[in-house]
Ligand binder design. Structure first.
Ligand SMILES: Cc1cc2nc3c(=O)[nH]c(=O)nc-3n(C[C@H](O)[C@H](O)[C@H](O)COP(=O)(O)O)c2cc1C
Length: 208
């Protein structure tokens, strides 16, 4: 049985293509595995707060004040969601060449030394059981090839953050050129859905 957590991070709600694609992927997983347990957290609609001077010690040091304890409780809740999954699915629009700040804020809450990763002589080591992720990236332009490749601060950053928590088996599915008109959108969405179908089939063959 697949146990997945879906993180959406678009702020565009019903119009969001990344939300639509994570939804399509969840539907494919459920079609093939009706017992699949899939939890969705919408960071775009309900963002976790940015870390503040009043809260940061709750996550990075000792929680003493009420605000620090609340931050730690939220962090624990987010980490608990990661403990019992075998697949992390992230819907990640490109905002100003990177990931949405709500998704970055989520990583700020869950990357905790001694809890989700530890430093070893061989570098950082993830402490969570989940090793696999499907990251769905939506972009107005084209960054996987051509002159804008070097401007992509989204995919390398996500790969680094996931690697830090031990999620090293990562498939990136990109829907690009979404700002190039309806035909380009249709082609990008069709291509992404075909890739996601393949991911769902492989995932369930492995889980079987
Ligand atoms: C605040 C904001 C910043 C954006 N920055 C970029 C960008 O740097 N590069 C790009 O190609 N597209 C950019 N876009 C376009 C989005 O990546 C594109 O519309 C994508 O479809 C958004 O995902 P969504 O449909 O799930 O909302 C930006 C959109 C927004 C709202």
């Amino acid at each position: 049985m697949t146990k997945a957590l879906i993180l959406n991070s678009a702020v565009t709600g019903e119009a969001s293509i990344s939300n639509r694609l994570t939804g399509e992927f969840a539907a494919r997983l459920r079609e093939r595995d009706p017992a699949a347990r899939i939890v969705t957290r919408d960071l775009g609609a309900r963002p976790v707060p940015h870390l503040l001077p009043e809260t940061v010690a709750g996550i990075r040091a000792t929680a003493a004040t009420d605000a620090e304890k609340a931050a730690l409780a939220l962090s624990d809740e987010l980490v608990d969601e990661l403990r019992d999954i075998d697949l992390l699915v992230i819907g990640a629009p490109m905002y100003n060449f990177g990931m949405p700040s709500s998704l970055k804020a989520w990583f700020d809450y869950i990357l905790r030394a001694g809890v989700t990763f530890r430093y070893t002589e061989n570098g950082p080591e993830g402490l969570l059981p989940v090793k696999k992720a499907v990251v769905i990236e939506t972009r107005g332009g084209l960054y996987s090839e051509g002159p804008a490749v070097a401007m992509d601060s989204q995919e390398p950053h996500l790969r680094t953050l996931l690697g830090f928590m031990g999620v090293t088996d990562v498939v990136f599915v990109r829907a690009e050129k979404l700002g190039f008109g309806p035909e380009a959108v249709q082609a990008a969405v069709d291509g992404a859905i075909a890739e996601l179908n393949g991911c769902a089939e492989r995932e369930l063959a492995l889980a079987a």
